[in-house]
Design a protein around this ligand. Structure first.
Ligand code: SF4
Ligand code: SF4
Length: 134
């Protein structure tokens, strides 16, 4: 599952540079799919909708650091454990029960973000949620 940052965050910034997907943003900062990934331009999703990798999306949180669920892979393919949780001094990077994903789905997210693979149909829900929120 994706990791989320709780409101115990003290805004130290230690987690942001550790994320291999650039899924972590400072509160109030806009996020983009292209940040820290290979994604660029317009990308067609299996349901026919299109994802603009260049577009800036509104911040998910304004008071503290936040994680974009569709960019978080639990560090699959890069590290053995979530790096944000490993460095957080107040242990506020926790599994997100609203975004439960299997190891295979996390690997598919990583392949989409970095390895030029199309998004598998069973992982697009989280992209649709993030696009809807944006
Ligand atoms: S678990 Fe890994 S991929 Fe997800 S936000 Fe933390 S550092 Fe980034
Ligand atoms: S490491 Fe923890 S406390 Fe520091 S910004 Fe990240 S989530 Fe917040």
């Amino acid at each position: 599952m994706a990791i989320r940052i709780t409101d115990d965050c003290i805004n130290c910034g230690a987690c942001e540079p550790e994320c291999p997907n650039n899924a972590i943003y400072e509160g109030g900062v806009q996020w983009r799919y292209k940040d820290g990934t290979h994604l660029s331009g317009q990308i067609l999703l299996p349901n026919g909708l299109s994802l603009d990798a260049e577009a800036a999306h509104p911040p998910i949180a304004t008071e503290y650091y936040y994680i974009v669920p569709s960019k978080c892979t639990e560090c699959t393919g890069f590290h053995e454990e979530p790096q944000c949780a490993a460095v957080c001094p107040v242990d506020c990077c926790l599994p997100d029960p609203d975004h439960v994903e299997t190891p295979a789905q996390l690997l598919a997210k990583k392949a989409f973000l970095h390895d030029n693979q199309p998004p598998a149909p069973d992982i697009i829900q989280v992209y649709l949620e993030d696009l809807e929120r944006a």
